[in-house]
Design a protein around this ligand. Structure first.
Ligand code: C5P
Ligand code: C5P
Ligand code: ZN
Length: 461
């Protein structure tokens, strides 16, 4: 195999020699940042192109996309669909992906996959990171895009151990040296700048703090006990609105509270760690903190407003940004309702997994997020993976799985399980060790779940 520099140069040559390009990206935060980075790289090269974010890459999407241009740049997806891609677009493609690949297929085009380059695609680099590295090979001037690549990695929760590691680390350093990214040690909760203090604490579910998570009045009491104001005049204060002494008191108060309420010290420590800020963005915006930025993009993608997300990720802070803020409010309500529904319904326990059946109640585009949140909120025990079901718009069933690092250490690999089973069942499936998904036809649901549980049991034994 060629060295990785040579492969990145192949990618650049592909872009330089291609015309009528189509960028195909996934529709979540990492996908939209990947699409935005690719599009900015092409703008700067003076290359006409179109960006097409998609919900999933199956045969019919590949066919549609193939009609839109003559050369194709797949970002944050593609590695799992090499066969279909080659059937419909031949060798005129570049893939920048971090998902598991289909084994046994030789790439006819340029295929840059994290795993094949020796990087762990679930924790060390995202789709946006892979795309950014191509940009950096095109020109050092693209180094400013490192900050958006960090948003992609955070969107895929690659900082879940407390800091970005591996190849992501290099990208963080590019962000710092180019003056676009600030790295601080702080509370790693969503909404440091944007959520009112009470919701800042009560909505955060990783880790679950008994008495605070999901408990607004508990949070209000806690804040008042340690003497932290939640309002100034009419304005609800955010964490970053507080003077630094108050922030310090809040952090140590939270530490003590969590410890005395049965959260173990190792878990508490994961609440503190690195936070990533796009330091040129306005402090009260959703694009300042990488976690908030990822959330607003996720909201756009999952509600079918991909173009809005792409424009915001490319830098629009006017019309598209305002639209994104509205979509975010809708997204929050949808998630909130879905979680409330899930909490009041039973979760089935299979031998080697829990199953949340959200069919007809939760949309397929957010089922994965909901499964992850329930899981991280401790609403579902963490000794087995959680598998959630939703109906999709084609009359099939969308399956989303989430695990945790302890299970992954024991051998759980949801991506492999989904990929193997989906191909056996004639559906699409794949992902990462810790998070994966699949689509199966309705009549095969029960058999699929039985087989999945068996497979997960085998992985761990
Ligand atoms: O398609 P993609 O790779 O972008 O998505 C990865 C998914 O894995 C995201 O939905 C992310 O929330 C999930 N994930 C997770 N826990 C982790 C890492 C990733 O739920 N620790
Ligand atoms: O849709 P969800 O958020 O559950 O997806 C989890 C992970 O599984 C994502 O990385 C997604 O790209 C991947 N996935 C996949 N093939 C599918 C469904 C999901 O690779 N058919
Ligand atoms: Zn991704």
């Amino acid at each position: 195999m060629q060295g990785f520099l040579a492969r990145f140069r192949d990618a650049v040559r592909f872009l330089e020699t291609s015309e009528d390009l189509v960028v195909v990206s996934h529709y979540d935060a990492d996908g939209l940042t990947s699409g935005a980075i690719a599009s900015t790289i092409l703008d700067r090269m003076g290359k006409e192109h179109e960006v097409v974010p998609v919900k999933k890459l199956d045969e019919s999407t590949v066919k549609d996309v193939a009609n839109k241009g003559s050369a194709f740049w797949f970002v944050d997806l593609g590695s799992g669909q090499l066969d279909v891609i080659q059937e419909h677009v031949g060798s005129d493609y570049l893939i920048c992906d971090h998902h598991e690949t289909v084994s046994g297929i030789d790439a006819a085009g340029v295929h840059l996959n994290a795993h094949q380059l020796g990087w762990d695609g679930s924790s060390e680099i995202s789709g946006a990171g892979m795309t950014y590295l191509v940009g950096k090979t095109v020109s050092d001037k693209n180094i400013d895009l490192s900050a958006i690549a960090v948003v992609g990695a955070v969107g895929d929760m690659q900082d879940s151990t407390g800091a970005l590691v591996g190849k992501n680390r290099e990208i963080v350093r590019d962000g710092q040296s180019s003056g676009y990214l600030g790295v601080f040690r702080d509370l790693r909760l969503f909404g440091r700048y944007t959520r009112p203090l009470i919701q800042f604490l009560s909505y955060s579910s990783d880790p679950v703090i008994p008495g605070l998570t999901g408990n607004d009045s508990g949070c209000a009491r806690f804040l008042s006990d340690i003497g932290i104001p939640v309002k100034k005049g009419d304005k609800w204060l955010s964490y970053m609105d507080l003077p630094s002494d108050d922030r310090k008191r809040l952090v140590s108060g939270l530490y003590v509270y969590a410890l005395s309420n049965g959260v173990d010290e190792g878990t508490i420590k994961t609440m503190f760690g690195e936070v990533y800020e796009l330091v040129k963005e306005s402090p009260d915006s959703y694009t300042r903190d990488a976690k908030d930025f990822a959330t607003i993009l996720n909201a756009c993608g999952r509600h079918g407003e991909m173009e809005v997300g792409i424009q915001v990720a490319k830098g629009d802070r006017g019309e598209y940004y305002d639209r994104a803020v509205n979509i975010l409010q809708k997204h929050k309500r949808t998630i909130h309702d879905a979680i409330r529904w899930a909490l009041s319904n039973d979760i089935d326990s299979f031998d080697s997994m829990y199953v949340l059946d959200g069919r007809g109640k939760i949309e397929d585009s957010i089922i994965g997020i909901v499964a992850g949140m329930l899981y991280n909120a401790g609403a579902v025990p963490r000794d087995k993976p959680i598998i959630a079901l939703a109906n999709d718009e084609d009359g099939n069933i969308k399956i989303s799985g989430r695990a945790n690092w302890a299970l992954v250490k024991k051998g759980i690999h949801l991506g492999n399980a989904m990929k193997e089973l989906a191909s056996e069942f004639g559906g699409a499936g794949g992902g990462h060790n810790i998070a994966a998904g699949a689509t199966v036809s309705k009549d095969k649901k029960d058999e699929f779940l039985e087989r999945l549980s068996k497979k997960l049991g085998e992985q761990i034994s």
